[in-house]
Write a new protein. Structure first.
Length: 327
């Protein structure tokens, strides 16, 4: 039986590293998600005292323990941390670890250790999916040949098997700067990955900006879709600026040569390019079960984006699933 649960991503509430650090900010955001109809929250990994929700150590420091944070979620009427977005390319102040890459064989053990750290906490917080940033940006990781794709698949398969032991699935997230946006690279990795240990996270905006069809990928790989993120795209990287070195700053943040003011928006925004009805129908047709996470990444008005997302979810998308169950 298809079971869909709805969550909201915390990332849109933190546009700068020193924003969104007070408990009162977290309480307002979580209560806004709850009143908008979302039952879970997706956290993003981070390090240091400016990221109080960024990792198990900081959660314990700010809420007394993981169970203390779980109690805080309960007070805000959020039932679970649905998922954690895990980026191994971030440095970690907690264990003085450098940025790690799944393309580097020597980094695999460190990535596995860090992933299981998050997965263990996620399991305690009621979650089920570690959403893993699949690769560094294409402009920074050099040529992706078959040997590199093999190392990548081996790393994430090892991670996936480790998190499964904790009851948490690992789903690879392909953003529009990733070399996996090239269909041939994505297909090769899917063939090399352990299908029992690693799935895909469908991010509707990232794939759309990359020129890919999220509904088409869902239909092409129905058994590999383990997580879904709904956000809208406002432009397409048809100039292939994702290949520029340090594109995460010059393209993603600053808009590239066209000076795109905002790549992302809440689902259903004016000018949005994602067909959420079509994506939802693809999920229904392929019997997807799991979390669907709304996000904006980031939003100039995060509370408004949350409420607008909740309206779309409750009035249009959730009834589509309900109609299928009752049919």
């Amino acid at each position: 039986m298809t079971t869909i649960k709805w969550s909201y991503a915390i990332n849109q509430y933190k546009p700068q590293f020193d924003d969104f650090v007070r408990r009162e900010d977290h309480e307002r955001a979580l209560k806004t998600m709850s009143i908008a109809g979302f039952e879970g929250v997706e956290l993003s990994t981070g390090t240091g005292r400016w990221e109080p929700l960024g990792n198990p150590t900081q959660l314990a420091a700010n809420f007394g323990s993981l169970s203390g944070f779980r109690a805080f979620l309960d007070e805000c009427k959020i039932s679970a941390v649905s998922s954690w977005f895990f980026d191994p390319h971030q440095r970690s102040m907690e264990d003085l670890a450098p940025a790690l890459s799944p393309l580097v064989a020597a980094d695999q053990a460190g990535i596995v250790a860090r992933a299981t750290w998050y997965a263990s906490a996620l399991a305690e917080l009621g979650g089920s999916v570690l959403v893993a940033c699949a690769t560094p940006p294409a402009g920074d990781c050099g040529e992706i040949d078959d040997a590199a794709l093999g190392r990548l698949a081996d790393c994430w398969s090892t991670v996936g098997r480790a998190t499964l032991e904790l009851g948490v699935r690992t789903a690879l997230h392909v953003d529009f700067l990733s070399p996996l946006r090239e269909p041939e690279n994505l297909e090769k990795v899917l063939e090399l990955l352990d299908p029992a240990a690693v799935g895909l996270a469908i991010d509707t905006a990232e794939l759309t900006i990359a020129g890919l069809d999220p509904a088409g990928i869902i239909r092409q790989h129905p058994d590999r879709i383990w997580h879904v993120q709904y956000k809208d795209a406002l432009a397409v990287d048809d100039a292939r600026e994702y290949l520029v070195p340090h594109a995460q700053y010059s393209v993603r943040q600053r808009g590239g040569e066209r000076e795109i003011p905002r790549w992302f928006a809440e689902p259903g925004a004016d000018g949005g390019l994602v067909d959420f009805t079509g994506v939802t129908q693809a999920l229904i047709d392929t019997s997807y079960s799991g979390w669907i996470v709304f996000e904006s990444d980031p939003s100039p008005h995060p509370a408004t984006s949350t409420l607008l997302g909740g309206y779309l979810m409750q009035e249009q998308l959730r009834p589509m699933f309900a109609a299928t169950v009752s049919a």
